[in-house]
Design a protein around this ligand. Structure first.
Ligand SMILES: [Zn+2]
Length: 299
């Protein structure tokens, strides 16, 4: 009959080794479930987007590292697709501000009924439609074009509602154009929301041109980040010209440089946790070996 190992007879050295292996394995593996839960390192990108505030992905958007590519996905309900001239202008602004090796636009038609959308409602539509999420080496921006309005405020033409998610309320843009060409207003809205995703104005770091009365926006009426450009207030002849602004002003461009140089805490957390866990695993190994050496010497 084979003798069964009694826990009480397991030698202390073996038990200590087993404990050390378990502790080290736990510390090495711990970042994986955390990443799956919070969407770090491109794992579970939907969850990561859910918890990414506007501006929190500004570095990934602006820099060529770690994401050298950008995919701009545009999903539109029938009859809401943006005018080609507006898409082309947005592409120009992206090329002027982002340091990407490639920027690719993908357009698709989606079935979404008109509604009065909350940000959660928009995100739920997004989850059913979006194909490209931020991942390792590739940043992604999502524009959602819908019939309807924003529940958080009447007169809102467009809205950046997550770190890489933007909604555009196309009917309201047409109404605001008053029967004229909606393309100039749509261009302004597309560029304005893109600006928020880059951390403008003052969403990341501090910006001298931020309007205290309208946080996140510029004091300059000729700047695409002026607060009124994303609301129907654009109707009020605030700009004194034939078309609303589509340019980032000098202060914005200076802010973008600040954003490039400002560490964003949310971005750093995954790396800090990974380094701490693996460093702790290394320390546990060293402590175990040192303890073993001392106990051998003591015999
Ligand atoms: Zn805005």
């Amino acid at each position: 009959m084979a003798a069964e190992a009694d826990p009480a007879t397991v030698r202390p050295a073996r038990r200590a080794r087993l404990q050390a292996v378990l502790v080290v394995a736990f510390l090495l593996v711990l970042p994986l479930p955390l990443s799956l839960t919070f969407g770090w390192f491109g794992l579970n990108p939907v969850q990561a987007e859910r918890t990414s505030p506007v501006g929190s992905l500004a570095h990934e958007l602006l820099s060529s590292f770690p994401d050298s590519q950008l995919v701009v996905e545009m999903a539109s309900a029938p009859g809401t697709a943006p005018p080609p001239a507006s898409v082309s202008l947005l592409w120009n602004r992206m090329n002027e501000t982002l340091q990407k090796n490639s920027i690719r636009f993908v357009s698709e038609s989606i079935n979404v009924p008109p509604g009065n959308f909350t940000t959660d409602g928009l995100f739920s539509v997004e989850q059913g439609a979006r194909q490209f999420w931020p991942s390792v080496g590739q940043m992604a921006l999502f524009y959602l074009f819908v019939h309807g309005t924003y529940a958080g405020g009447s007169g809102i033409l467009g809205l950046a509602y997550r770190g890489s998610s933007i909604a555009v309320f196309s009917d309201l843009i047409s109404t605001t154009a008053g029967g004229g060409d909606p393309a100039p207003i749509e261009s302004t809205v597309l560029v304005h929301e893109f600006g928020h995703e880059m951390g403008l104005v003052g969403l990341v770091g501090s910006a001298p041109n931020e309007d205290p009365a309208h946080p996140g926006h510029s004091t300059d009426p000729n700047d695409v980040m002026y607060y009124a450009v994303e609301t129907t207030a654009v109707l009020g002849g605030l700009f004194g010209g034939p078309a609303p602004p589509t340019q980032f002003d000098a202060a914005d461009l200076a802010d973008l440089q600040t954003v490039r140089n400002t560490a964003i805490a949310l971005e750093l957390i995954p790396t800090i946790v990974l380094v701490l866990c693996w460093a702790a695993a290394g320390i546990a190994v060293v402590v175990y070996w040192a303890g073993r050496k001392m106990s051998r010497r003591g015999r």
